[in-house]
Design a protein around this ligand. Structure first.
Ligand code: NI
Length: 224
C-alpha cells in the first residue's frame, strides 16, 4: 500500500528545518547504503550526530508520530532516526530496495515501512521524483513540502535525477507491529471504517463489533 500523508509538517516547522539544514554538514550518502544500493546511490546526507541532528529528529518524528494515517497505516513498533537527504543538480538514487536490518546491537530492527517526507516545494527543482514500483506499475511521486508518502520497504524504488534546483527530503524507516503488508493494508482500511462508526454511531452494536474485531486482529497479527 502506498499511502500519502498530508500536512505532516506545517509551514513554521518546514522553515525551521530548512534553516537548520542550511547550517549542518552534509556528506556523500553512500556511507549509509548497503552494498548493492551503494552502486546506484548519488546524493548527500546530513551527518546523524550532534545537537542539531537531535533537534531535527525530534521535530520531524514528533510530527510524524502524531499523524493519524501514519499511526494507522504503519502501526510502528521501532522507528529509526530519520535521514535528511539533499539532491543537487545531476544527483539521483537508482533502483534499489532499502536495507532489511538497520540500527546497531540491541537497537537493531527490521525495516517494514519506508516514509519519504518532502521538505521543499515541487517547483524548487526539476526531476527528482520518487518512483515506486507497484503491482500496478511504477508510480511517480512528487508532493508539496510537508507531505509524505509511506510504502513497504520491500518495494523497488528510485529517485529520478534532479535536472535543476535542489530536492530536500527526509527518510524514515520503521519496524511495524504487523510484518505483512497485506495485513497492514486490511487493518488500515478497517480502522478507517471503525473511526467513521465511532464518530457517527458510537453506541451501535455494529460499531462495537467492528471495533472489537479491529482490536483483536491487531492482537492476532502483531509481534511485539
Ligand atoms: Ni530507498
Amino acid at each position: 500500500m502506498l499511502l500519502e500523508l498530508t500536512g505532516v509538517l506545517d509551514t513554521e516547522k518546514l522553515v525551521n528545518i530548512r534553516a537548520m539544514l542550511e547550517k549542518v554538514a552534509f556528506v556523500d550518502g553512500q556511507h549509509s547504503a548497503g552494498q548493492a544500493a551503494r552502486r546506484v546511490k548519488n546524493n548527500l546526507e546530513m551527518q546523524q550526530k550532534g545537537q542539531q541532528a537531535e533537534y531535527l529528529d525530534h521535530l520531524l518524528m514528533g510530527s510524524l508520530a502524531e499523524h493519524p494515517d501514519f499511526r494507522s497505516g504503519a502501526l510502528p513498533y521501532r522507528v529509526a532516526q530519520p535521514v535528511f537527504a539533499r539532491y543537487t543538480q545531476g544527483m539521483h538514487y537508482g533502483d534499489h530496495v532499502d536495507d532489511p536490518i538497520m540500527g546497531n546491537g540491541p537497537a537493531k530492527f527490521r525495516t517494514d515501512v519506508s516514509v519519504t517526507v518532502f521538505l521543499n516545494e515541487p517547483d524548487d527543482y526539476e526531476g527528482g521524483e520518487l518512483v515506486i514500483n507497484t503491482t500496478f506499475g511504477p508510480r511517480q511521486i512528487k508532493l508539496p513540502a510537508g507531505h509524505a508518502v509511506m510504502y513497504p520497504s520491500t518495494s523497488v524504488h528510485h529517485v529520478a535525477e534532479v535536472t535543476s534546483g535542489e530536492r530536500l527530503a527526509a527518510i524514515v524507516w520503521l519496524q511495524s507491529m504487523v510484518r505483512d503488508p497485506g495485513q497492514r493494508e486490511l487493518l488500515y482500511q478497517l480502522d478507517q471504517a471503525r473511526n467513521v462508526l465511532l464518530t457517527e454511531r458510537p453506541d451501535a452494536e455494529e460499531t462495537k463489533q467492528v471495533d472489537r474485531s479491529y482490536v483483536n486482529l491487531i492482537r492476532m497479527w502483531s509481534e511485539v
